[in-house]
Design a binder for this molecule. Structure first.
Ligand SMILES: Nc1ncnc2c1ncn2[C@@H]1O[C@H](COP(=O)(O)OP(=O)(O)OP(=O)(O)O)[C@@H](O)[C@H]1O
Ligand SMILES: [Mg+2]
Length: 277
């Protein structure tokens, strides 16, 4: 399955006469199983782009919306606003039930999803409102995972997560991408998290798609990054600095795993006494 946006423009009304273009002719596509990061300063249009794709916002012009039988699911920025069921279990089961699955199968999906996000079993039968912010985010994520979408849209999924929660989320997403072949599009202000999970990055600035490519080949777009006050993932920045200092490293690494391997290679070289200047 492929996700496509073609020249999508979204215009919001601000009062009687004022209009604001949150997205301006944005075009991109995401292949099945691809993991893509959505970066940009606050107000750039990231959430709007995800909402268009999830069918929650209608584009003013262009094409690219429509929810197809749970094929695309969105976890929103503030999950607590959306809870409605009496217990966590019922909350997560709502989606699968709506897909017309048997009760047994939806219950199995709930178990699978809640285990995947590592919510302690003791919390499965309480009200979602009795959970902490980080736990609520896990429930919101479990709710979309239980739909088993082919494409997962995540809006700021690391907000409210502690370090362990973030690492667990990275692990979950890596597994889903690798083992289940699902595609993900993630909006976040956390470059290190995004680099750990995705291989390609979209850069939005005031509704305009400024860059689209693999992490390792940001090249000229690095200037846009800096101008927007955005930070590169730490691993990428370190590789670039080492290269600038004359170290024999290739900073064009598309994922955190590959960047780490490049650093290990450098360490091995050093131990073997390779001299560089
Ligand atoms: N429902 C709406 N009505 C009017 N304007 C809106 C609406 N939703 C978003 N906007 C405007 O569209 C622009 C983009 O908003 P959006 O939420 O997509 O930004 P974002 O990149 O997700 O920002 P953040 O990083 O803060 O989450 C903002 O200027 C915002 O004020
Ligand atoms: Mg947002």
């Amino acid at each position: 399955m492929e996700l496509k946006l073609e020249a999508v423009t979204v215009e919001f009304h601000r009062g009687e006469r004022q209009r604001h273009q949150a997205l301006k002719e944005v075009t991109f596509s995401l292949q099945a199983g691809e993991a893509v990061a959505l970066l940009g300063p606050t107000g750039a249009g990231k959430s709007t782009l995800l909402r268009v794709r999830a069918g929650l916002v209608k584009p003013t012009a262009g094409r690219g919306s429509g929810r197809q039988d749970g094929a695309v699911a969105l976890a929103i920025q503030e999950p607590d606003r959306g809870f409605f069921a009496a217990t966590v279990r019922e909350e997560v089961q709502f989606g699968p039930d709506n897909l017309g699955l048997s009760n047994k199968e939806s219950a199995a999906r709930v178990d699978w999803a809640l285990q995947l996000v590592r919510l302690p079993v003791a919390k499965w039968e309480v009200s979602p409102f009795q959970l902490s912010g980080g736990e609520q985010r896990r429930v919101a994520l479990a709710s979309v995972l239980a739909m088993r979408p082919r494409i997962l849209l995540l809006d700021e999924p690391t907000i409210g997560l502690d370090r362990a929660g973030k690492e667990a989320l990275i692990f979950i997403l890596q597994r889903l991408i690798k083992e289940e072949g699902i595609g993900v599009l993630i909006a976040s202000h956390d470059p290190d998290f995004l680099y750990a999970v995705t291989r390609r990055v979209l850069l939005l600035e005031q509704g305009v798609l400024r860059a689209d490519g693999p992490w390792g080949r940001l090249g000229e777009d690095l200037a846009s990054f800096a101008a927007l006050g955005l930070k590169l993932p730490l691993l990428l920045a370190v590789l670039r600095e080492l290269k600038a200092a004359g170290a024999p490293v290739n900073p064009e690494q598309d994922s955190a795993a590959e960047a780490k391997e490049e650093l290990r290679k450098l360490l091995r070289h050093q131990r073997e006494g390779v001299v560089y200047n």
